[in-house]
Design a protein around this ligand. Sequence first.
Ligand code: HEC
Length: 135
Amino acid sequence: MHRSLLPLAIVFAALPLAAGAQSAKPALYTAEQAARGAAVYSQSCAACHGTQLEGTAAPALKGSVFGEMAAAQSLTAQTLLDVIANTMPQSDPGSLKPEDNAAVTAYILQQNGYPAGTAPLANGAAGMSDAKITP
Ligand code: HEC
C-alpha cells in the first residue's frame, strides 16, 4: 500500500527543480547587437522611457514594474519585438529599420538580465516565442 505512494513523492520533490530550470533566462542575442541597441535606444527611446529604462513619460522597460506588465501581457521576446516594430517609437511607429528593432530588443533583454549568446536576435528566430519576459 505505502510503496505505491513513493513514486508520487519523488515527482513532487522534483517539481521545484523543474520550475527553476524553466525560469533560467535563454541567450537570444549577441553582445555586439545589444551594444548597437543601446545606441538606438538613446537616440529613439530614451526621451520617453528614460535614459536608464526607468520610465519617465512612458513606462519603465526594465525591473519589476516592466516584469509585471510583461507577465500581464504574457510578453515573449517575439511579441516584445513585434510591439516595438509595430508601435514604437510612439512618435513615429514603424520608422526604425528591422535590424534596429532587433538590436533595441536585444538591449532591453540585456538590461533585464538575459545573457548574450552566439546567435543574433531576429524576427522568428529559434526560442523567441518560448522566451517569456520576466524581470
Ligand atoms: C514619444 C514617446 C515614446 C517614444 C519615443 C518611445 N516610446 Fe515606447 N511607449 C511610449 C508610451 C506612452 C507607452 C505606453 C503606451 C503604449 O503601450 O502604447 C510605450 C510603451 C512601450 C512598450 C510597452 C508596450 C506594451 O507591451 O505595453 C515598449 C516595449 C516600448 N514602448 C518600447 C519602446 C522602444 C524600444 C522605443 C524606441 C525604439 C520606444 N518605446 C520609443 C512612448 C514612447
